[in-house]
Design a protein around this ligand. Sequence first.
Ligand code: NDP
Length: 311
Amino acid sequence: MKTKSLIIGSGPAGYTAAIYASRANLMPVMVEGPQPGGQLTTTTEVENFPGYFDGVQGPKLMEDLRAQALRFGTQIISGLVTDVDFSSRPFKAVVGDGKETIEADTVIISTGASAKYLGLPDEAKYRGMGVSACATCDGFFFRNRPVAVVGGGDTACEEAIYLAGLASKVYLIVRKDYLRASKVMQKRVFENEKIEVLFNTQTLSLGGEELLDKARLVRFKDTPQQEEFTIDIDGFFLAIGHQPNTAVFKGKIELDEQGYIITRGKTTETNVPGVFAAGDVADPVYQQAISAAGMGCRAALDAEHFLMMNE
Ligand code: NDP
């Protein structure tokens, strides 16, 4: 398969790049990745995407973007890019087990970012047995049961509020003595009677027979004074930020020390001419659906300009 523009990843950045690239007649091919639609498909209501006065459900927003990309002729392929060759043009991308290779004159990387875990040995043991990084995916299993959410940002607050609508009790475990979340989210958390915020607290271990049923925590008050205690919980939700999905591009393209793709100045250009990056994968700062969409637009325009100058 050959294309003028290959788009890897299908979040707001990828779909917006696809809309612009297809309207520019680049006949883009998009490889959707492991989670078609990206992170917003695991979210509930999105209230801050312009144009949706009453808010919109994350999955619906992504369906709309996908339909718009298809309407202008984007070819969407299910699957995962498992290898890339950016050493010469046309660039090559291997999909899945290697049976399919796509050749592309330009590539737009929009593979997004994934949830981080604390790194406790027990986290892996209880994954799917009480440990989750997605409240909207798994919250349903914890109806009328106690749960904990780790993190102090907007995601943690959003997940805690969502879970409070299902669970019997929600502990919000925050390592500092303040929430980093926006004021409006903080207010909603503090006003919710089911949520108990545990400040200055970190998780030491998780426990339970087969399924998770407790967590051992430590509260740092005035160092070195500290207090260890156990909470009974059936669900343990991580909301401590994200890491960029760039494993397949390591050594092929310039990444920063956290693994985010480095783009040049105000453009979406990477260090490889003809390869562009957009969205959370190249943006450790803003990480919003609308900023990702804007970057996707810029990547498609940059790709179009590159083709014009090089054809
Ligand atoms: P953030 O990076 O904003 O917050 C991560 C939180 O996790 C921080 O409180 C951080 O603590 C904590 N944390 C990180 N590592 C650890 C660790 N090892 N142990 C314990 N706690 C840890 O990530 P979010 O995912 O919350 O948000 C990302 C971006 O998305 C933000 O810009 C946010 O505003 C935005 N967002 C907006 C929403 C909305 O508008 N509705 C909804 C969700 C996200 P510390 O503060 O100590 O560093």
